[in-house]
Design a protein around this ligand. Structure first.
Ligand code: ME8
Length: 506
């Protein structure tokens, strides 16, 4: 099976922060999971470069828009690379491969009869690059609902897309295919807004300078940045060798840009008669230490802070925190250092680290190799957990998948206490029982190492090396079956996975 996952393409007027890193990290985790399942994966991220605000911030830095975009697109690429993101491509909307396709699709769109030349008079949210109706503008007191800045009054000639024609088809799509927008609450929000009526939307602008992609056949007009940006999901794979990936399986985004993805993008694709993506998944927001992140508060979890966490606790622990405590569903999440430390200590150092270390140390000490077992107590629970984990991952419920794993780890630690192998080891009549217990533990560790691979690839490799395998060999979900650990396996060097925090601080 193929699996195509995308993230939003990020504005280059700013440097990456925790929000961008989060969406891209969870996309990376789903991509890695599907690779583990043997799927043919395409994972796309990139940068959205033709916003008007890019021109403004470039000018403030004494650079051209292109220079500023180059610099910041590089910052996104460097950041993602540093954070272990294994994307298959990085699309920049200023690249010719994208621009050519955008002109082609917009050209096609203009021939559908769904585009007309008109005049727009109303309000514009420059931060979001979004047009607002009079009633919406009034509702927000003529200020941006996103950054509080005054809305800009606009009067310009635009090409319009007849979005109004698509209210019924979109409502039908949401009803027939409830998975199209997830979570459910977000789908209901979108459906309610569509029922209020759809206005036609500008797809080009004039008078904003040259930065952008020209409307084919009418060079006075530059294609509206959101139309340009949405097309990235298709333009990148519209090549003979990649078109097999379309339609995308999931566009991962946050709730701020749901309207564009759940309404404008599918309507455009309907007009162009192209297949629609299977799902738009809109997660919620990170806040920081209990407060909304904003420029005015200067409290973004920015690259410096991210570096601090990665340096102090390790990249895999950072990824685990994002994955297990992030705003994947409908609640916002707080990125707070105290919470991070709690998760690190409880779930990683004490639960996972301790289970792996004590289990393997006891196998080594009492048997010198993985013993043969005659029966298993943990097997049914392990199998149930693996099935639940897979179900959750298939539904993008990463938090749920990790919760099943965490509970199993807790259970396995409890199993150590219940069976006290150190006591069994002293009693020769219990040798068979000790073998069973040690095998249960070693096999649990092996299975856990497979299931944590998408989230903590380095730790997972490290566990497999301790189990006598080769760290660099990527496993497959096929191996997530009880009993594949061979009796007689010699272990590698056993070492703690997560340094205790007081040591890590130094
Ligand atoms: O909107 N918590 O780009 P953008 C979680 N270029 N995720 C967050 C977040 C937060 N506090 N803040 C941002 C754009 N994000 C357009 C997209 S797509 C065709 C064009 C993440 O740089 C989240 O994924 O403003 C959100 O949707 C995205 O960054 C917005 O990034």
């Amino acid at each position: 099976m193929k699996f195509y996952v995308s993230t939003p393409i990020y504005y280059v007027n700013d440097r990456p922060h925790i929000g961008h890193v989060y969406t891209t990290t969870i996309a990376d985790i789903f991509a890695r999971y599907h690779r583990l399942c043997g799927d043919d994966v395409f994972f796309l991220t990139g940068t959205d470069e033709h916003a008007a605000k890019v021109v403004d911030s470039a000018a403030q830095h004494g650079l051209t828009a292109q220079q500023w975009a180059d610099q910041n697109a590089q910052a996104f690429q460097d950041t993602f690379q540093k954070l272990g993101i294994a994307n298959d491509d990085f699309i920049r909307t200023s690249q010719p491969r994208h621009k050519d396709k955008v002109q082609q699709y917009v050209g096609e769109l203009m021939k559908t009869g769904d585009v007309y030349l008109g005049e727009y008079e109303g309000w514009y949210d420059a931060g979001q690059e979004e047009y607002l109706t009079e009633s919406k503008a009034k509702e927000y007191d003529y200020k941006s609902p996103f950054n509080g800045k005054p809305l800009v009054r606009k009067k310009e000639k635009n090409y319009f897309f007849k979005l109004s024609r698509y209210a019924e088809p979109l409502l039908k799509l949401l009803a027939d295919q409830p998975d199209f927008v997830q979570p459910d609450i977000r789908r209901n929000e979108v459906a309610n807004r569509i029922r209020e009526g759809l206005n036609d939307v500008p797809i080009s602008r004039t008078g904003g300078g040259d930065w952008g992609i020209k409307v084919p056949g009418d060079e006075q007009h530059v294609i509206y940045v959101w139309i340009d940006a949405l097309i990235n999901y298709l333009s990148t794979v519209d090549t003979p060798d990649r078109i097999k990936y379309w339609p995308a399986n999931v566009h991962l985004i946050a709730k701020d840009i749901l309207w564009f993805h759940a309404v404008i993008w599918p309507a455009m694709l309907l007009a162009l008669k192209r297949p629609l993506p299977r799902q738009v998944y809109a997660h919620s927001f990170w806040i920081a230490e209990g407060q909304k992140m904003s420029k005015s508060l200067g409290n973004f979890v920015d690259l410096e802070k991210i570096d601090h966490y990665v340096g102090k606790y390790g990249l895999d622990a950072f990824r685990y925190f994002l994955a297990s405590n992030g705003p994947l569903g409908t609640n916002d999440s707080d990125f707070a250092e105290a919470k991070f430390v709690e998760v690190y200590n409880a779930n990683l150092a004490n639960d996972l680290g301790n289970l792996v270390n004590r289990s393997l140390s006891m196998v080594q000490r009492y048997r010198g190799e993985v013993p043969a077992a005659t029966g298993s107590q943990l097997r049914p629970e392990a199998e149930k957990m693996i099935a639940a984990y897979r179900d959750c991952m298939a539904q993008l419920d990463l938090t749920g998948a990790l919760e099943h794993l965490r509970r199993y780890i807790t259970r396995a630690n409890q199993y150590v206490e219940e069976n006290a192998p150190w006591k069994l080891a002293k009693d020769p009549t219990q040798a068979g029982k000790l073998n069973d217990v040690l095998y249960d533990l070693a096999e649990s560790v092996r299975l856990i190492s497979i299931l944590i691979t998408p989230v903590m690839p380095t730790i997972a490799g490290n566990i497999r090396a301790q189990l006598g395998g080769t760290a660099g060999v990527v496993p497959s979900m096929e191996e997530a079956r009880w009993g594949l650990l061979a009796a007689g396996t010699k272990l590698g060097t056993i070492a703690p996975l997560f340094p205790k925090l007081d040591q890590a601080k130094k």
